[in-house]
Design a protein around this ligand. Structure first.
Ligand SMILES: C[S@@+](CC[C@H](N)C(=O)[O-])C[C@H]1O[C@@H](n2cnc3c(N)ncnc32)[C@H](O)[C@@H]1O
Length: 278
């Protein structure tokens, strides 16, 4: 982008320029707690960190020592490596261990025939993985499950000691997301699973709606009355005063397992009496 265009872009965003500059600085020179930098979105991929942190907080409240976090669609592995960094921060802050699992074909986007798979945006074979290079960088911090998610997801179960706590959906295609969404219905999960959907919104040339791509898969998943819905009302702009809405806020979802035996346990630390003031 030309310098002048870059300036126009930055100077007119809903997030003040000062905030964007400070965030950049905080990435280079991190001060304060990681949790505060997360609330200020001054960490890499705040959407990933947000899901991880709040899933771990829920797990801690329920007495779990570990959770499983899944990335669906790994490609080169930048997202999974970012999750590794966030996981070590969450371990330090909350004492909850994070088991990371990345699902991917290894060979990029599969060839599919469904017209809702956005072939006009991504051709088959996009986002191939260099498995050797990625495994070297991961150095055992995350497990890679390679193969088509239509086969790997049904075969997989979260480990007994680490219920599934959050899922990053980044498979791009309607069919792949449809095949992967039942991961939320596994037996060993937290009562509420934090989810991020990368392609539920996008650039104008993607022309996304709820009837194609990830959005269509989510809509169909939610149509089934046997399942609890995936929906957001929890993004930072709702929670913290003075935080302007940012694009990633629209991509945060939560799956509620209403039938979970621990669903009703109160985890709130707030004061629950409103005494008459003098
Ligand atoms: C956009 S890339 C993921 C990018 C990654 N999450 C990141 O942030 O760096 C999408 C990935 O989904 C994978 N994928 C899509 N459909 C799949 C399927 N049916 N089974 C396995 N992997 C699939 C592709 O291999 C591709 O690497």
């Amino acid at each position: 982008m030309k310098l002048a265009d870059r300036f126009v872009d930055l100077a007119t965003r809903s997030v003040p320029l000062r905030t964007l500059i400070f965030r950049r600085l905080l990435l280079r020179f991190p001060i304060g707690s990681w949790a505060q930098r997360l609330r200020s979105a001054a960490v890499r991929r705040p959407h990933y960190a947000w899901c991880l942190y709040y899933a771990a907080l829920q797990a801690k409240g329920l007495g779990y020592h570990a959770i499983t976090v899944v990335e669906l669609g790994v490609a080169g592995g930048n997202g999974l490596l970012c999750l590794c960094d966030h996981a070590s921060q969450v371990r330090k802050e909350l004492g909850v261990d994070i088991r990371l699992v990345g699902f991917d074909s290894g060979g990029g986007l599969p060839t599919t025939r469904d017209v809702r798979d956005l072939h006009y945006v991504w051709p088959p074979g996009s986002f191939e993985m260099d498995r050797q290079a990625l495994e070297k960088r991961l150095a055992g911090r995350a497990e890679l499950l390679l193969g088509n998610v239509s086969e790997t997801v049904p075969r997989w179960q979260p480990p007994a000691e680490a219920p599934l706590g959050c899922v990053m959906f980044d498979l791009d295609l309607y069919t792949s997301t449809r095949e992967a969404l039942p991961i939320l219905t596994k037996a060993n999960v937290l009562p509420r699973i934090w989810c991020y959907f990368d392609d539920i919104r996008g650039y104008p040339d993607m022309a996304l709606t709820d009837y194609i791509g990830e959005g269509a898969a989510v809509r169909e998943f939610n149509d089934d009355p046997q399942r609890s819905v995936v929906r957001d009302n929890i993004s930072p702009a709702h929670v913290f005063h003075g935080i302007p809405r940012e694009p990633w806020h629209e991509q945060m979802y939560v799956y509620h397992r209403l039938t979970h035996p621990q669903y009703d346990i109160c985890l709130s630390q707030s004061e629950h009496q409103l005494k008459l003031v003098a």
